[in-house]
Design a protein around this ligand. Structure first.
Ligand code: URA
Length: 475
């Protein structure tokens, strides 16, 4: 039995180096015991990891997840991760096996870490310590559920680049000083002053943005779980604000003014309310949640809901449609109506597995005209597409596809920001920058609109050929 002792629990590089050595040396997971110095193991275990016997290639997605999952506090994580990479080295399809217990655990644990990261981004509150040579310095105390400081510190570095700060957690501290990020040992809450001017500003800000008419207590508790309240200056005001909410709503109703005509151009320049809420988006779930509150253009007024993209975050191919249709609007999922059915058939013929693609739309709300009991699709304007690109760009930034396929003219506009004919772009592979490629083709609903059967068959065959080319490119 090999014993690996991890001196720095949660440190991906340390675990990776040990795992690499074991994997290269062909040491099966059942012959390794993983311990950490925290569990009282001596740094000099019985047996150091053997030297690598060869290199083993692993899916990038797995390594990206392992980098996060290793931060989980469960002491069994290093061993289970090693078992997964051992299995993945022998089974290239392992990650796609959604019913596999290891993969189910991996994805669930990864989700817990991503949620913890999101909470830390949202709930760290700095206290001002003072000023030195023109630079202000701040310190924050935070208790994340897992050892995620290494994963979150770069976010604070980008956001608070111009000041010196430290974030102290029970496990470790991150220090940003003289434009250098360093790490040190964990600490205690006593190191951080209790109250300061910034804290008062937070409370004033929170009181000002609190909208009693929009408050949803369950959603609020899930977004801001109580365990974070003790370190949030604004939390002490939540109860009194909630208590006064009903009366404030009544006052707002009594003094309500009628809305300006939503079709005017005013909305173009209005500061989008949700922008302030979306700084901390770093998962597709966060993005979908933020999108649910989108009021960037008037389309949200009549649609049932915003329809976010769907598919694996690690998808290599992204398909972009125009906008949700009637069924998509009701179900909240892209391409589940008639156009989605055509798309499914064509994807299958082209040999593309829908479950491995990321499907989304240029515009996230359904635009329609009521006609009796029916809702007739209306094309989005270029203004609507351009406004909605903000969301599409966020999806692109999170998924980072190698290849984007635009379905129809609106999607082409959404992705490129330019109005171009599909005919002028079709049949070639275009560079979008940053290594992402673009293939432009028709929208599946185009086939549904063609009255002539022979023409429809030809167009369908060309659509299948475009997607078959996509499959070859991705391979
Ligand atoms: N058409 C689209 O462009 N997208 C959908 O999600 C459905 C129909």
């Amino acid at each position: 039995m090999r014993e690996v002792v991890l001196a720095r629990p949660g440190d991906f590089a340390e675990w990776r180096d040990a795992a690499r050595g074991l994997l290269g040396g062909g040491v099966a997971p059942e012959h390794v015991s993983w311990r950490s110095v925290e569990e009282g193991a001596s740094l000099f275990g019985d047996d150091a990891p053997p030297a690598s016997g060869g290199t083993v290639s692993l899916p990038r997605e797995l390594l990206v997840m392992a980098d996060r999952v290793i931060c989980h506090r469960d002491a069994g994580v290093p061993a289970r991760l090693y078992r997964i990479i051992w299995r993945a080295a022998q089974d290239r399809q392992l990650l796609a096996r959604t019913t596999d217990a290891d993969i189910d655990w991996l994805r669930g644990t990864d989700k817990a870490i991503r949620r913890d990261i999101h909470k830390m981004h949202a709930f760290v509150r700095f206290r001002r310590l003072g000023e030195d040579a023109g630079r202000e310095s701040f310190v924050a105390w935070f208790e994340p559920s897992h050892r995620i400081l290494r994963l979150t510190a770069p976010f604070f570095q980008r956001r608070f680049y111009g000041m010196d700060w430290a974030i102290v957690t029970p496990d470790a501290r991150a220090i940003w000083r003289d434009e250098t990020l360093g790490y040190g040992p964990g600490g205690t809450k006593d190191e951080v002053p209790d109250c300061d001017i910034v804290e008062d500003q937070w409370r004033t800000y929170y009181g000002a943005i609190f909208n009693p008419a929009r408050v949803k207590i369950d959603a609020m508790r899930s977004e801001m779980p109580k365990k974070y309240w003790k370190n949030l200056p604004e939390a002490q005001d939540i109860a009194p604000l909630l208590a006064g909410a009903a009366a404030r709503v009544e006052r707002m109703r009594a003094t309500a003014v009628s809305l300006a005509n939503p079709q005017t151009e005013k909305w173009r320049t209005r500061v989008p309310e949700e922008l302030a809420l979306t700084d901390d988006i770093d998962t597709l779930d966060d993005l979908a949640r933020a999108m649910g509150g989108c009021t960037r253009c008037p389309l949200h007024c009549d649609a049932t809901q915003a329809v976010a993209g769907e598919g694996p975050e690690a998808a290599r191919i992204m398909l972009v449609g125009e906008q949700p249709g009637d069924r998509e609007d009701l179900e909240g999922r892209p391409f589940v109506g008639p156009a989605g059915q055509v798309l499914n058939e064509v994807l299958e013929e082209a040999g593309l597995d829908r479950s491995r693609l990321f499907l989304t739309n240029a515009v996230k709300h359904f635009k329609f005209e009521p006609r009796g009991k029916r809702r007739l699709h209306q094309n989005p304007t270029t203004g609507e597409i351009d406004i909605c690109r903000w969301w599409l760009d966020k999806e692109r930034a999170l998924v980072k596809p190698d290849l984007i396929v635009t379905l129809g003219g609106s999607a082409l506009r959404g992705v490129t920001g330019k109005s171009m004919s599909i005919a002028s772009m079709r049949g070639a592979v275009h560079e979008l920058g940053g290594g992402t490629k673009l293939v432009a083709t028709i929208h599946p609903s185009f086939l549904l609109r063609l009255p002539d059967r022979a023409r429809a068959d030809l167009e369908r065959a060309a659509f299948v050929a475009d997607l078959a080319r996509v499959r070859e490119l991705a391979a």
